[in-house]
Ligand binder design. Structure first.
Ligand code: SF4
Ligand code: SF4
Length: 375
């Protein structure tokens, strides 16, 4: 085991391979507050990459309702129970990661789901925490809650799948940090399925190999965001590249949200993989729940997000989500307009921070009609 630095848990940790960061790291921010669970992302991925034989049950992208939704069943609960807790001391995690708590002779603390665990992708959908009394559903504020968690492979800095593969079939691309399974090397041992705590590697019984989200790398290579991003109805997603915290660049949108404003957080950082999909936590969910999912930065992230309407820079950048199919490695704000830029600073898209409102006259002389303007 090597010693590597994981900034998300604020300390060094043990990992199977020495630290080797890519030239650029693919990353993304998902705003959980905007997801409507329409599953368009799921279908955009399914119809693009997993419509073949043996892939029927595969959802490289899935959206689950928390607290009771899981795909596969209880993926997170099971590992949390195996890890047996673990405390944070400020920004540093004092518990053990899945690499540090691996049983003797194994590389990762993991488990392999049963076939049945994949049978209910919509389990717990729209189920809220606690009992809703008759009529309480339409009362504001809701006293009970749920939220939607969209998930893809995190293209982790320290992937559990890669560490657990005995054949060395999984690799992290040096040019963009995307994690892939080499189909010609894989022999289907499924150690990666066992070792990925997010359960984002799937075994294909028809090909006898494991498969996973490829971050639509053919699109990323052309500067275009992945399928699940560009098809997202709620415009909750923004793809890009992330720097190390000490090298954060303010006009890199992902760096700005993750490192500078700290409004987007990793999913289960305590697992120790340094995952690269970051989440703006839901603002209506008790911190006792969201802290477990997103770590100790949750309270501050929610406070910052709640104040976004008084924060021109942050609210401008949030308007760039879902505004272009192109990856926007840079951005700037000009007055009340957010502008997404390419690497050389050329504008790709501009979006007003405040949506203009046009109220049409009630009487239209051209068409000789009377309209009802609903406020
Ligand atoms: S989320 Fe899972 S499959 Fe994706 S890189 Fe991390 S460990 Fe591997
Ligand atoms: S397409 Fe977007 S809004 Fe719809 S479920 Fe997926 S992430 Fe949520």
């Amino acid at each position: 085991m090597a010693r590597v630095y994981n900034w998300q848990i604020g300390r060094e940790m043990s990992y199977w391979y020495p630290e080797s960061r890519p030239q650029k790291q693919f990353a993304a921010v998902f705003d959980t507050n905007k997801c409507i669970a329409c599953q368009t992302c799921t279908l955009a991925c399914k119809t693009t990459w997993t419509s073949g034989k043996g892939q029927e049950y595969m959802l490289w992208n899935n959206v689950e309702s928390k607290p009771y939704g899981f795909y596969p069943l209880a993926w997170d609960l099971k590992l949390l129970e195996m890890l047996n807790g673990g405390k944070w001391n400020g920004k540093a995690y004092e518990g053990q990661t899945i690499f540090e708590s691996a049983p003797a002779g194994e590389r990762v603390l993991g488990w392999r789901p049963e076939q049945q665990d994949y049978a209910y992708p919509n389990c717990g959908e729209d189920d809220c925490a606690g009992q809703v009394d008759h009529g309480a559903g339409i009362a504001m504020p809701h006293m009970n809650w749920f939220f939607y968690l969209a998930r893809i492979c995190n293209h982790c800095t320290y992937p559990g799948c890669l560490a657990s593969c005995p054949r060395g079939s999984i690799y992290k691309r040096p040019e963009d940090g995307i994690v892939l399974v080499d189909q010609s090397r894989c022999r289907g041992y499924q150690e990666c399925v066992r070792g990925c705590p997010y359960k984002k590697v799937f075994y294909n019984a028809m090909t006898g190999t494991s498969e996973k989200c490829i971050a639509c790398f053919p699109k990323i290579e052309q500067g275009i965001q992945p399928q699940c991003f560009v098809n997202c109805i709620g415009k909750i997603r923004l793809a890009g590249f992330i720097s190390r915290p000490e090298k954060a660049i303010p006009d890199n949108p992902i760096d700005y949200l993750v490192h500078i404003r700290k409004v987007a957080l990793p999913l289960f950082p305590q697992f120790g993989l340094e995952p690269n999909i970051y989440y703006i936590p839901p603002i209506h969910v008790p911190f006792s729940f969201t802290r477990q999912l997103f770590g100790p930065g949750t309270d501050e992230a929610v406070k910052t997000y709640r104040n976004a309407s008084n924060d021109p820079d942050l609210s401008s950048l949030l308007c760039l989500f879902g505004s272009s199919e192109m990856v926007m490695p840079r951005w700037k704000r000009q007055g009340d307009t957010a502008i997404g830029l390419d690497e050389k600073g050329k504008p790709l898209v501009s979006v007003p921070r405040t949506e203009p409102v046009h109220i049409r006259p009630a009487r239209d002389p051209l068409y000789q009609i009377t309209r009802t303007n609903c406020p």
